[in-house]
Write a protein that binds this ligand. Structure first.
Ligand SMILES: Nc1ncnc2c1ncn2[C@@H]1O[C@H](COP(=O)(O)OP(=O)(O)OP(=O)(O)O)[C@@H](O)[C@H]1O
Ligand SMILES: [Zn+2]
Ligand SMILES: [Zn+2]
Length: 837
């Protein structure tokens, strides 16, 4: 038997499967999806088995055998292996990079060089020396001895040890190991026959009451208990237990334990709610698809507070009733305890939770619950789409419009597309839920020019549960405020509204879409702006350390008090950060209790949860923060939402700025008045007439979508054309420009034969096999034109039609890499980029 193995080296030369022989003793262990250690040149590498066969084209004499198998159960399934191939092709990455992305970090291979007894050792003349015998004795039987360990044991003999290695008496071999071991804990086991304990009691001396307490406890609770728990329970020491074990009355041994981040927390069990009329209407077709094992993609467009979560829960129940599994994806920042509670509350121990705030060990253990089939539902952020389930009936993506569903590093996949691809293979239903669906998804629910049925099915919920009204939104023109002499960051209407809530002891959510204390430092006299010397962006001022920092390369310098350009002392930090809003709030409303949530206050593990539960327990009046306060929160006493500056997103030069502004305003407005109390929203802005702000203030998604789709059609942007962003970087600008131009020329050449079926530009069709059209914009300097002393240039490929664009770009990159290999030029490709930076 032969195995096709992809090795763990993400490089062009190794981006293919290599054949290996499967030794007899490993035959029952090697499967598609297995991780194996294989010899590769002089090294041992980790690899993934991507195929098995009885034939090989390689000369059997040159074929090497697989060294060892890393897992008893393959961590990947055959389905995931082929998904990896698809991702590699779609998003232009190495296959092994795609496979790695599917595994928890704990399974990233660790290479370790260990010392063993060499093959030459048996008859080597050196072996007659007694100290060599001693060394060999020491090495023999040790599985993980490192060179350092050996040198430590035989100090001062480094040169001699090296000689032994060269002579082959000792050998250094490379081992592939997991980064993370399973966790073990000492556990106490009472004997099966409890009379043993009874008989033991009188044998103990009268003053050994601690030991007696242990025996009595175990007689009353005759099951295994963790040593640490027992110690805590009856206040004894470990040695007490150990001495009992030594006498053979009880057993003490290491047992593998699962790290459970939610251990000891009980979740209140919930039962299905009676669905509202709208909920029943959207639930019916989802239920039918799941019940019939039919692949269908639904867009569930439901206004904030319309009860989408209950629809998800009941859809999952349907999948479970069918004996199937379900994956629920939510954006990382909305994976709050509240969200987890809803799913654990309904499905209890059948739920695994995967998010980045878990430790590597915790995540690994949650993930193993999936491979061991101990759970049927996984709720997690982006990468949970790779949960190694084998019977998927349903995939749910909540807040499907979130840009974080696109991974920024390689593999640069979009979770939504991967989900649809996976679901197809499982005949599973997909539910994409949002109050503000992405225009890409919306477009796929619309009628095609030539096909009666659109690819996705649109389901709509227009009302909040129990007919609660949507909160009225007031747009506040900050230019008018300034004209009438209000220089504060709070407009008069917002000020009044806050005052009123404080008086009524209701709660407030304030959104400021920026982090840190201030954004940049500028000289008021000459206009000088402090910039990073290595990157073309301004430095950010950090209040706590009084430092200026570059967010791209980490460069930092002390705060300046004098302008380096004109020596003026009027150099100050500008912009409003959450910290400044917090200060100002306490100044105008003395005694106000503010919880600030931004990247700085939530970096610590568990802090996110802590802040939210404080707020929920009404330990604060105001929850102030960046985007992370805008999503998914459901607090009954929040009756006021204020947006400090709606324009911050709008002013980012990106074709999705209007869409992002609309989404953010709609989401944050949706936090107000979700329960009995009526809510109210104030949006402060310098551009009150912008259509994204206007439509958001009227909660009118459809009007916004239609207007924005017109803009996109006219400019030829997604969803009407798809984009591929190619970015080049090099230290030398002139060389970079020349190479980037060569790339574009070659790209156009390769594309030409595909362009013959070009048709008119403005037909609103996303994917249509009938024709293909492609445009290349650039090369031009990237919006961030230099990072870490490397200049950046980009070109944007716009295309419409089938997926050959990826192949065309891929061919061009291959051609290009050969040409630029010695120039240290990097080229990176982003298919369907979320940001054109
Ligand atoms: N059928 C129902 N009967 C009674 N209450 C319900 C029902 N369905 C949902 N609710 C309640 O309505 C509130 C809003 O529901 P939910 O949080 O699911 O809305 P949502 O659509 O997910 O909103 P968002 O997009 O803002 O997250 C919740 O408090 C939920 O418990
Ligand atoms: Zn100056
Ligand atoms: Zn920098």
């Amino acid at each position: 038997m032969y195995a096709k193995v992809i090795v763990d080296v993400p490089a062009k030369q190794t981006n293919r499967a290599f054949d290996y022989a499967v030794p007899k003793e490993l035959r029952s262990w090697v499967e598609v999806g297995s991780r194996v250690g294989v010899p590769f040149g002089p090294r041992v590498l980790q690899g993934f088995v991507v195929g098995l066969s009885n034939e090989t084209d390689v000369d059997p004499k040159r074929l090497k055998p697989i060294g060892h198998v890393l897992d008893l159960v393959p961590p990947l399934t055959a389905e995931l292996v082929s998904l990896g191939r698809w991702i590699a092709r779609m998003y232009l990455c190495h296959e092994v990079t795609a496979l790695q992305a599917m595994l928890p970090a704990a399974l990233k291979a660790k290479y370790e060089r260990v010392i063993t007894v060499g093959e030459e050792s048996a008859e080597h003349p050196l072996l007659h020396m007694s100290d060599v015998q001693e060394i060999v004795q020491f090495v023999r039987g040790k599985a993980t001895l490192t060179m350092e360990g050996l040198m430590e044991r035989f100090p001062g003999r480094d040169a001699f040890l090296k000689e032994l290695l060269q002579a082959g008496v000792l050998a250094e071999v490379q081992m592939v190991k997991d980064r993370m071991a399973t966790k073990k804990a000492l556990t106490v086991f009472p004997p099966k026959d409890l009379s043993v304990l009874e008989a033991a009691l009188p044998e103990l001396p009268a003053r050994a009451n601690k030991q007696m307490a242990v025996l009595r406890y175990l007689m009353e609770h005759p099951h295994a208990i963790r040593l640490t728990e027992l110690i805590e329970m009856i206040e004894i020491s470990a040695s007490t237990v150990k001495s009992l074990a030594e006498r053979g009355w009880i057993e003490l041994r290491e047992v593998e334990v699962m790290r459970d981040p939610y251990a000891g927390r009980s979740f209140k069990r919930t039962t299905p709610l009676t669905l509202t009329e709208e909920q029943s209407r959207v639930f019916a077709p989802i239920k039918a698809a799941v019940a019939e094992d039919r692949h269908e993609v639904f867009l569930l467009h439901g206004v904030t507070g319309s009860g989408k979560t209950e629809v998800y829960l009941q859809s999952i129940q349907q999948a479970l009733d069918m004996g199937k599994e379900a994956i629920v994806l939510v954006p990382e920042i909305s994976l709050t305890p509240q969200m987890v509670e809803r799913f654990k509350g309904r499905f209890g121990d059948q739920v695994a939770v995967l998010h980045s705030r878990l430790s590597n060990g915790e995540r690994y253990d949650e993930w193993r619950k999936i491979t061991r089939k101990q759970v049927k539902v996984v709720i997690g952020a982006r990468s949970a789409i790779f949960a190694p389930f084998t019977q998927i009936g349903l995939i749910i993506i909540d807040e499907e419009h979130e840009s974080s569903y696109k991974q920024e590093e390689s593999p640069k996949y979009h979770t939504r597309e991967v989900a649809v691809q996976r679901a197809k293979g499982h005949n599973a239903a997909v539910v994409l839920g949002s109050a503000t669906p992405s225009l890409e998804t919306l477009e796929l629910t619309r009628r095609r020019r030539d096909r009666a049925k659109p690819p996705f099915t649109l389901l709509t919920m227009t009302e909040r549960v129990a007919s609660r009204p949507m909160p009225p939104v007031t747009i506040v023109d900050m230019r008018e405020e300034l004209k009438t002499g209000n220089r504060s960051m709070f407009s008069r209407p917002l000020y009044k509204a806050i005052e009123e809530r404080l008086h009524k002891k209701e709660q407030i959510v304030l959104l400021l879409n920026r982090r840190g204390y201030a954004t940049f430092v500028m000289c008021r006299t000459c206009g000088y702006v402090a910039q990073c010397p290595h990157c073309d962006i301004s430095l950010t001022y950090h209040q706590s350390s009084r430092m200026l920092r570059c967010h791209y390369c980490g460069y930092a310098e002390r705060e300046v008090t004098q302008c380096p350009s004109c020596q003026s002392e009027h150099i100050r930090h500008f912009g409003t950060g959450t910290q400044r809003v917090e200060e100002e709030l306490s100044k105008i409303f003395p005694g106000i209790r503010v919880i600030r949530m931004d990247v700085d206050t939530t970096s610590e593990k568990g802090s996110h949860e802590k802040w939210l539960s404080l707020f929920r327990d009404k330990q604060a009046d105001v929850l102030l923060g960046t985007q992370m306060v805008a999503k998914g929160l459901d607090f009954p006493d929040v009756t006021l939402v204020g947006v400090i500056a709606a324009d911050t997103v709008l002013n980012i030069p990106d074709f999705r700025s209007a869409e992002r502004t609309f989404q953010l305003l709609t989401q944050v407005a949706g936090r107000a008045g979700r329960h009995e109390k009526q809510g109210e929203v104030f949006v402060q802005t310098y551009t009150p007439d912008h259509y994204s702000i206007q439509h958001a203030s009227r909660h009118d998604y459809t009007a916004f979508a239609n207007q924005e789709l017109d803009v996109r059609a006219n400019l030829g942007y997604p969803p009407y054309q798809r984009l591929i962003l190619v970015t080049f970087t090099h230290e030398q600008l002139s060389l970079l420009v020349r190479m980037a131009e060569a790339f574009v020329t070659r790209l156009k050449e390769i594309a030409r034969p595909y362009m013959t079926r070009q048709t008119d530009l403005f037909t609103p069709v996303v994917t249509d096999e009938e024709f293909f059209h492609m445009d290349v914009l650039g090369p031009v300097a990237s919006p961030i034109s230099r990072i870490k002393d490397r200049y950046r240039f980009q070109c944007v490929v716009k295309y419409r039609g089938d997926d050959v664009a990826s192949d065309i770009v891929s061919q061009t990159v291959a051609w290009f890499e050969e040409r630029s290999a010695k120039e240290k030029l990097t080229v990176s490709v982003d298919v369907d980029p979320q940001y054109l930076m």
